[in-house]
Design a protein around this ligand. Sequence first.
Ligand code: PEP
Length: 268
Amino acid sequence: MGKILVVGNWKMHLNASQASLLLHRLQERIPIYKDVEVVLSPSMLTLQPLSVQLDRRKFRLAAQNAYFVDEGAFTGEVSFTMLRELVHYVIVGHSERRRYFHEDLDMVKQKVAASVRNDITPILCVGETKTERDDGETKQVLHDQLLSGLSNLTPAEVGNIVVAYEPVWAISDGTNFADHFIAKPQQVAEAVDYIRRYIKDVFNDKASREVRILYGGSAVPDIVQGFLDVPGVDGFLVGGASLNYHTFSSIIQACHRWQRGGKEDADA
Ligand code: PEP
């Protein structure tokens, strides 16, 4: 595979000084890796100051959300256009936004399109709830989320985006991620295979090979190697574990070790 992609979603945690301190610690611990791309997704408030502090050889930034209209009377919103100089990525359609902020399929579709229009790579989150899995609806849910989320895109655009498979039942609340209900590699393998096959059928083979697919849901250092062995997994979207510099840097190191076939040396 190419570079492994690891995205740390800090959610609605850390004020400006806490975020700055966490970045400082991460910059101390994480060397420049050529085989792992590390992306930090702090709150909207701290994107700007962190962009100044950030060592760009080590990290890139992602916003956790943005609004799909480029400019206008939308009190409280920040557009993709406003973010284009600041971030490489925007997380779109996270299950917490779908659930708590009622983002429906159409809104997610418009956000993916706005992201691509503004030259920002969307990280489109898809995944089923526990009830949907229990009812055998996982593939249908993935189908519907991909159908709408990708519907405005060309095959070349689809090949450039990131899809994060995040089974909603495996996402932690940020405090209990270590022993949360993590997905099994086989379940992830089936979902990722479905996503790639969907993209191959609807777009083309190249898009299906080039789109990067992440696993997200209670990811911790111990699971990294096993999940990277799952065919088609290109990295991780990490929530709770990304708030702790020790745990997050261990995840990055584990990815680097996996790339080196298990060898320890941290070459840059
Ligand atoms: C997430 O919210 O995208 C996520 C994967 O969270 P966690 O790792 O805490 O389950």
